[in-house]
Design a binder for this molecule. Structure first.
Ligand code: SAH
Length: 249
């Protein structure tokens, strides 16, 4: 069944400001996200930042004040582009993907999926003039502690993670609840046919048909994987569980 926004309700809408509009929809035009885009479950608008350059070379960048390597995206060009797309009263958050930003998490993805959409300003070169970030109250979001060559790849991660949890996009909403991070744990291991592959079988409990035992096994596996691979997640999971137990007392 395909979910469509109710009559009069606006679909979740993303606007992407970029110097490379031809990159979009790219991966977002395939598979679940692409199908949902065609169905009108969400909308994607790309805006070419270069359209807002006014000088004869259509320059969007200039050398950094104070010297140093690389180029910086100009405040005036970017300001005009933002003001055309993110008009007064637009309820969508204005986002700048940046290594300096708040780290993208499933919680943040959920928060943005519950909202009306996002406006994403993709940086290039050394980044953007700081005055734009301050004047337009931009929220900086990082996809991890490494440096990409542009915000577009970060925007793909952000949008992909959001779109797949919009109502009507995933085939089975139940599978969302089981996933990594949703319960504060990494996911348990999966198996499918064939029963035996390169001499390796499938854990016997998964063939037992005993649902409670399967559930308990999966939970134990998820806990073990989280404890060994991500002590940071494990600590917050335990803290949250501790709180929940105290509340129950
Ligand atoms: N000089 C900057 C990096 C610029 S990379 C610095 O050292 O912080 C060019 C653009 O890529 C940035 O403007 C940003 O939009 C994007 N980008 C790079 N790494 C990113 C990351 N980890 N998360 C989100 N966006 C990133």
């Amino acid at each position: 069944m395909t979910w469509k926004p109710q009559d009069g309700a606006k679909p979740w809408a993303a606007s992407i400001l970029t110097l490379f509009p031809e990159m979009f929809p790219g991966p977002l035009g395939c598979s679940l996200a692409g199908g949902a885009l065609k169905e009108g479950v969400w909308m994607l608008e790309t805006v070419d930042i270069r359209r807002f350059a006014r000088d004869k070379h259509r320059a969007v960048d200039d050398s950094p004040a104070g010297g140093g390597p690389g180029m910086v995206m100009r405040a005036d060009v970017l300001g005009r582009a933002i003001d055309e797309v993110h008009r007064a009263g637009d309820p969508r958050p204005l986002i700048y993907p940046s290594p300096r930003g708040e780290r993208l998490s499933q919680g943040l993805v959920r928060e943005m999926a519950c909202g009306p959409g996002v406006v994403v300003v993709c940086g290039r070169f050394e980044g953007v003039d700081e005055r734009v970030l301050a004047a337009r109250r931009v929220r900086e979001i990082s996809v991890g502690d490494y440096v990409l060559s542009g915000g577009e790849v970060a925007a793909f991660s952000l949008l992909d993670a959001i779109v797949r949890i919009l109502p009507g996009v995933m085939g089975s909403p139940a599978s969302l609840n089981e996933e990594s991070f949703e319960g504060g744990l990494l996911e348990y291991p999966h198996y499918t046919r064939p029963q035996s592959w390169e001499g390796m079988g499938i854990p016997a409990v998964l063939n037992s048909g005993h649902h409670a035992k399967i559930k308990a096994w999966r939970r134990a596996q998820a806990e073990k994987i989280t404890r060994t691979r991500r002590p940071d997640l494990w600590a917050s999971y335990q803290a949250a569980r501790g709180k929940a137990c105290k509340k129950d007392e």
